[in-house]
Unconditional design. Structure first.
Length: 663
């Protein structure tokens, strides 16, 4: 393509971005107050880092990284941070057994997916405790201490060289990464986490094993690698560690993007800006506040791309590493399995194929990593994908129809990318601008990247990973991993097309614009939860009382020593029962049979039907609206229930034990 045409295409994106802002009045959706808070946090970090640099020397980026780590320690808590550090250091020791010459972040990721794959098979067994995992992690670290020492020194040297190559861009990249990790300071309050993802970690913490019980949670047998990796630091710390774990995923993500840039010969300044651009995406911060899988999925796909774009290899270690990454992706989410398939095909196209024996070994390793949830789903529920494709498998635990969410079935239209950017509320539980402005702001560069010899292979793969999950469901969070990977060829093509300061200014401006809309991707951030957690010095209970009263009442139940009885959480809008583990019950659609029985009980105003249902389910505690619906209220009165505590509009009732019958 002619260089003049390429240069003209570069500026097509900013023009369309400005046009979209005007047509959609996007300034009305701008969370200016939240952006001001992020600016204040960034300036405080920069000011402190600059002071420390002046007093003690060193690089600004290094001091910034240290400050963000200290902030995580303060707001997420020292015990969860230290437990996470112990766990991930042991994962580096484990991953180093497979690929000792690969970068430390890749070893950590390989160790994580290997451990999740192995632990998945052992979930039903009563083997899981903080002490056992703590001793195992410490043993791995001691055993592999020499290897870890070498890897840490190598990583430190690589960090020093990377920062020295472009100090200003490095500092900017670390600021963007740090701001992306600020939601890791928050307690776990996302809807899916409280209804589903916390169930596995809390069962392991409370009982030492996982009882899937799909009759109580229809997603109980869905791919669980991400929840396992959240659970182990929680077991070691004996408290939730979601924030520190997600911060690690963000760091691994940044390291993988840097590595891919190096594989393609991208200059250090552009590589740092690539990291900043991915970190600035509003969804990066939103995912840091949740237990959703896409952050880990993105990290795994990025490092898979880094592995594939290395010099050609047919060695067994290469294919085993690829198998672990592919298997781990399959155990994160079904759509991630499809993405892994794209990467495997790319690897087969770029590298010499392994021998049949080596290929079979790699295939078996990948299947072992991926297989636990699908196998248990088949054996326990009759559907390895429950509740997906249940019209085919006809599991008794869900209606004999395919699960679908009509909210995200808007159609795959030619203007999809435009709508994702400017009408994001139609594709996410968020506000417009929540997807960031990468896809429109660099749309001209995108075309250049697809055509230039230096970037086209990665650009086409990233584009496919972006669009593939949007075909069955038009939900922008599923497209996040592809969006992250796309940052590399876009920034590379931009710096190949333009010379001087324009590409630098363009990427920085896009990063700032993304960060200014960061709060739109998450309701907690939009409502000022970050400012509140800073005011309370990281204490979780005030935010729980405000945003998820069920969590605050769960704390009260545990403090009262009454966590052994079944807990029924009533209400469709907030079925937050995951934290109660095997004792949690819900009348929402997550438990179809109870949902039906509760609907029938609601029609009996005498309360007798509800009374019978509560006794049948051995319910000792009820969390419901205050006051509850008439039928449930009458049932609680019939059973002699006591109202113990009220938080906001949610109350906790205790039901006396049923009188023993005599023969």
């Amino acid at each position: 393509m002619n260089r003049k045409i390429e240069s003209a295409l570069v500026w097509l994106g900013p023009v369309l971005l400005l046009l979209g802002f005007c047509l959609h009045h996007l300034w009305t959706q701008w969370p200016s107050g939240r952006f001001a808070e992020l600016v204040a946090i960034a300036l405080a970090a920069l000011g402190l880092a600059k002071l420390l640099q002046r007093l003690a020397g060193g690089s600004l980026a290094t001091w910034l990284a240290a400050i963000w780590c200290l902030a995580l320690l303060l707001f997420a808590g020292p015990i969860p941070v230290l437990a996470t550090a112990l766990f991930f250091l042991s994962l580096a020791a484990l991953g180093g057994l497979l690929c000792p010459s690969q970068p430390l972040p890749l070893q950590v990721l390989l160790g994580a997916l290997m451990s999740a794959g192995m632990i998945g098979w052992l979930l039903p067994l009563p083997l899981h405790s903080g002490w056992s995992y703590g001793v195992l992690c410490a043993g791995l670290i001691v055993w592999r201490r020499k290897h870890l020492r070498i890897q840490l020194r190598t990583t430190a040297a690589a960090w020093t060289a990377a920062v020295a190559a472009s100090p200003g861009s490095a500092a900017f990249g670390i600021v963007a990464l740090g701001l992306a990790t600020t939601p890791a300071w928050l307690p776990t309050l996302q809807f899916d986490d409280l209804a589903y993802h916390l169930r596995l970690p809390w069962q392991l913490q409370q009982q030492g094993f996982y009882a899937a019980a799909p009759e109580h949670q229809v997603w109980a047998l869905a791919p669980w690698a991400a929840d396992i990796l959240q659970a182990i630091p929680q077991l070691i710390a004996h408290q939730e560690a979601r924030g520190p774990v997600n911060a690690v995923w963000i760091v691994l993500l940044g390291g993988g993007l840097w590595r891919i840039g190096g594989n393609f010969g991208v200059p250090p300044q552009a590589r740092w800006l690539t990291v900043a651009l991915a970190a600035s995406l509003p969804l990066t911060a939103a995912l840091a506040a949740s237990m959703q899988t896409e952050l880990l999925t993105a990290a795994a796909l990025v490092w898979m791309a880094a592995l594939v774009t290395q010099p050609r290899s047919a060695g067994l270690r290469f294919w085993l590493a690829l198998a672990v990454l592919a298997g781990g992706l399959a155990e994160l989410k079904l759509v991630a399995l499809a993405m892994a398939g794209v990467m495997v095909i790319w690897a087969l196209a770029r590298h010499r194929w392994p021998s049949p024996a080596r290929g079979l070994i790699a295939l078996l390793v990948g299947a072992a990593i991926a297989g636990s949830s699908y196998t248990y789903g088949w054996l326990l529920a009759g559907n390895p994908l429950l509740p997906l494709f249940n019209s085919v498998f006809r599991s008794p635990y869900f209606a004999h129809q395919d699960f679908s969410d009509p909210r995200w079935q808007t159609g795959f239209h030619p203007d999809l990318i435009w709508n994702l950017t400017f009408s994001t509320h139609e594709y996410l539980e968020g506000y417009d601008g929540a997807a960031g402005f990468l896809l429109i702001g660099l749309c001209g560069v995108w075309l250049v990247a697809l055509l230039r010899r230096e970037t086209r292979s990665l650009a086409w793969v990233a584009t496919l990973l972006l669009l593939l999950p949007l075909i069955p469901m038009h939900y922008v969070r599923y497209a996040y991993p592809g969006m992250v990977l796309l940052c590399v060829p876009l920034v590379a093509a931009l710096f190949l097309t333009l010379r001087g300061r324009p590409p630098l200014v363009l990427v920085i401006a896009l990063c700032v614009l993304n960060i200014s809309f960061q709060a739109n991707a998450n309701w907690m951030l939009r409502n000022g939860a970050l400012k509140q957690t800073i005011k309370t010095a990281g204490r979780d209970l005030p935010l729980m009382k405000r945003y998820a009263p069920q969590r605050a009442l769960a704390v009260s139940i545990r403090d009262a020593g009454e966590e052994q009885g079944n807990v029924l959480v009533v209400g469709e809008s907030a079925p937050f029962f995951a934290e109660f583990g095997i004792y949690g019950r819900s009348v929402s659609w997550y438990a179809p049979s109870l949902h039906t029985l509760a609907a029938e009980a609601d029609r009996d105003d005498t309360g007798l039907a509800w009374s019978k249902l509560l006794r049948q389910q051995h319910v000792r505690h009820v969390l419901a609206d205050a006051p509850p619906a008439p039928a449930l209220s009458h049932a609680l009165r019939l059973l002699g229930a006591t109202r113990r505590e009220t938080v906001g509009e949610t109350a906790w009732w205790s039901i006396p034990a049923a009188p023993e019958t005599t023969q």
